[in-house]
Design a protein around this ligand. Structure first.
Ligand SMILES: C[S@@+](CC[C@H](N)C(=O)[O-])C[C@H]1O[C@@H](n2cnc3c(N)ncnc32)[C@H](O)[C@@H]1O
Length: 380
């Protein structure tokens, strides 16, 4: 993605000369309980080198070397800085060649900064204690991880760009939409059993909604299917920057009164909602950004907030898929370096976590050559 990390041939980069998080937008008043970010040492990356070399045992020796060389370059600040700078300009150039006006989109959104800032100030939960892993990580090599305007203003372009080549038969700008369709095509048939009937809205929670790309696509598909109405959809995210952009898009999309949208600043491991509140919970392209324990907590929270009979739909990268493993070695190494918790994500057995939590696993299969879908029902 978007956030791309999720899926892709080329990750995106941000110039991060010092490797330290900027504090410009972090008024202490607004983040009273934040733990101090921990400076990263280089040791973990060197360790990853061994772990990932083993996990790529199917690769040829030359690609192992290319992989190791790229990782080595990323372990040293000057070469990492140069690689990331080069990578970022390549990613932007590639996106623009594909017809995604990356820089124009960015500056158009920058012109809304005053309004976005007001929205962020209204949406931010000042009592929220961020999980430490979220503060510490430079997701997608943005200095502030997901907690900044730059990632929030670039995530749409990068989602389009990262998924542009997923479907060789589709025009590049269709890739992201097709990816989401492959997920929802699998999910929607399961919703017929829990249709809302009567004045009660059909309540949906999109965990890790980012700037609303997954949320809006879900709403559009639900409305097209005429399955449910009225709809109340909550987008939940840890980044108030992403949420501000999502809310801005929502007001410009102009849904009618049959659709109510709410944007909540919070963690998927600790959803600020009562139990048994939702008919449907979705979570796409989020778990690859989480440590293993957080994924387990997210699944347990999804179970708690779902009504009996409610459905959970999850979708993310499949690191064990042939499509993923056949990515060029340097691209894979760079990709991993932009996704701090990807090595942990590779160890998670989502299907097992779902069953251990008490879900009935309805479906798990690849929805693209590099992505996997899990659909589960809360039975009681
Ligand atoms: C890669 S984006 C995916 C966005 C969207 N669901 C999609 O399909 O395009 C991941 C989002 O998850 C959010 N996120 C990561 N960890 C989270 C957590 N523990 N709780 C809530 N949101 C989280 C990030 O802030 C980011 O906006």
């Amino acid at each position: 993605m978007a956030c791309l990390g999720s899926s892709t041939a080329l990750p995106f980069f941000v110039l991060s000369p010092t490797g330290r998080k900027r504090d410009a937008h972090r008024a202490p008043r607004e983040r009273p309980h934040y733990p101090q970010p921990v400076r990263r040492s280089f040791t973990p990356r060197v360790l990853t080198l061994r772990a990932t070399a083993a996990s790529t045992s199917q690769r040829s020796l030359s690609s192992d070397w290319a992989y190791a060389a790229t990782q080595l370059a990323l372990a040293f600040p000057p070469t990492a800085w140069a690689l990331k700078r080069l990578g970022r300009s390549m990613v932007i150039r590639r996106a623009e060649q594909l017809g995604i006006p990356w820089r124009r989109n960015y500056w158009l959104m920058q012109m809304q900064r005053y309004e976005l800032e007001q929205r962020r100030a209204r949406l931010v939960n000042r009592d929220l204690v961020y999980p430490r892993y979220y503060l510490d990580a430079q997701f997608h090599t943005y200095t502030d991880g997901n907690l900044g305007w730059m990632p929030a203003l670039e995530v749409e372009s990068s989602a389009l760009s990262v998924h542009a080549r997923l479907f060789p038969d589709a025009p590049p700008l269709e890739g992201d939409r097709r990816l989401r369709d492959t997920f929802l095509d699998r999910l929607l048939p399961y919703l017929r059993s829990v249709l809302a009937d009567g004045p009660e809205p059909y309540r949906v929670l999109d965990m890790g909604c980012s700037t609303g790309r997954s949320t809006f696509h879900l709403i559009d598909r639900l409305l097209q299917s005429e399955l449910v109405r009225p709809l109340e959809v909550t987008g939940l995210d840890l980044s108030p920057f992403m949420l501000a952009v999502a809310e801005w898009y929502a007001t410009h999309r102009g849904y009618d009164e049959g659709v109510r949208m709410l944007w909540k600043h919070g963690a998927a491991e600790d959803v600020p909602e009562p139990s048994n509140a939702f008919n449907l919970v979705t979570c796409s392209l989020v778990t690859h950004e989480l440590p293993q324990t957080a994924t387990g907590k997210l699944i347990r929270e999804a179970h708690r907030v779902l009504r009996p009979g409610g459905m959970l739909g999850m979708m993310d990268s499949d690191p064990h898929s042939d499509g993923f493993r056949s990515l060029p070695a340097p691209a894979l190494a760079i990709f991993r370096s932009t996704e701090p918790y990807f090595a942990e994500y590779e160890k998670v057995d989502v299907a097992r976590e779902l069953q251990d939590t008490g879900f009935e696993l309805c479906l798990t299969e690849n929805n693209t050559t590099r992505h996997r879908t899990w659909i589960a029902r809360k039975t009681q």
